[in-house]
Design a protein around this ligand. Structure first.
Ligand SMILES: [Zn+2]
Length: 294
């Protein structure tokens, strides 16, 4: 699937949000025209509007995401896997209005509902779940970690992969998450750190898998660390499709572009063609297939 120096195989963006009120299908057109063939559509919490305050609210919000996934499949013929779950920031935001106990209870209910959809074959992965990416007081941090451990145990029991939204504290974050996975019995290749930095070396990831945010400079960093990776990794934009935050994250054409650049960079770095083909096959086909049952 490597023709010349160009990868002609499937290209998967593992973390993309879409919004009917914004670019929605136009963003998918951009992605497809750039060579993209599949996305993991991640449920987008309504931070700007009202967050669900009961499980029926979550049921409705999830159905919107599932509906968008169907529409993308029908109109563009791309593979769409769905990542469904309550966002850790929603949990933190709701501690004040609902109280810690109720916010936590609702969060667990929403995880259960997402797992039901996955079991029914309507979604493929639990996420994004995790812990707040900004500083919170010690009591909240402890509660967040207890909650995450419970979520990981639920995912482990269901045999489901999770996408993790977490803080960026370098290798320490990966180390702590790997330990939590161990406690929960969740295999590390089924726990994916989303919005991961482009260092995929074993010393950084501690065996936790990752979807790398492929921003500027990522191709150089991936070229430098890919040889010493010990865990599977993929690529993502975290495209937000948010009119209030244009350009806050990467655009929908980015993963196809970085795939091209990375192949070129690895070949120039001395990788042979089979090695590059194997890596691309694992990033865009084999690992996602195993992970999400796509
Ligand atoms: Zn996201």
């Amino acid at each position: 699937m490597l023709e010349g120096r160009v990868w002609k195989g499937p290209i998967l963006d593992q973390h993309m949000h879409l919004d009917r009120e914004n670019r929605f299908l136009k963003a998918i057109s951009d992605f497809v025209q750039s060579g993209g063939t599949g996305i993991m559509l991640v449920h987008k919490p309504g931070f700007s509007g009202a967050l669900p305050t009961d499980i029926d609210g979550y049921r409705f919000a999830y159905s919107e995401t599932l509906g968008m996934a169907n529409e993308v499949r029908d109109t563009h013929g791309v593979d769409v896997g769905v990542v469904l779950g309550p966002h850790p920031v929603a949990w933190e935001h709701q501690i004040e209005p609902l109280g810690l106990e109720r916010s936590t209870e609702l969060h667990i209910e929403a995880v259960g509902l997402a797992l039901d959809h996955i079991e029914a074959g309507e979604a493929n992965c639990l996420g994004e779940v995790g812990r707040p990416h900004y500083p919170v007081d010690e009591m909240t941090w402890t509660a967040a970690n207890d909650l995450l451990l419970e979520i990981m145990s639920m995912a482990s029991g269901a045999g489901v992969a999770i996408q993790l939204h977490v803080e960026d504290n370098g290798e320490k974050t990966c180390r702590e998450l790997s330990e939590l996975c161990g406690k929960a019995g969740l295999p590390l290749n089924q726990a994916v750190r989303h919005y991961a930095p482009p260092d995929v070396s074993a010393g950084f990831t501690h065996g936790l898998s990752a979807t790398v945010s492929v921003g500027k400079g990522s191709v150089e960093a991936l070229t430098g660390s890919a040889r010493s990776a010990c865990a599977p990794w993929g690529m993502e934009t975290d495209y937000l499709d948010d009119p209030r935050r244009p350009g806050a994250v990467l655009g929908p054409k980015t993963v196809p572009r970085r795939t091209r650049e990375l192949c070129d960079s690895l070949l120039s770095d001395g990788w042979d063609r089979d090695e590059v083909t194997n890596l691309m096959t694992n990033i865009h086909i084999d690992w996602p297939k195993a992970l999400y049952d796509l």
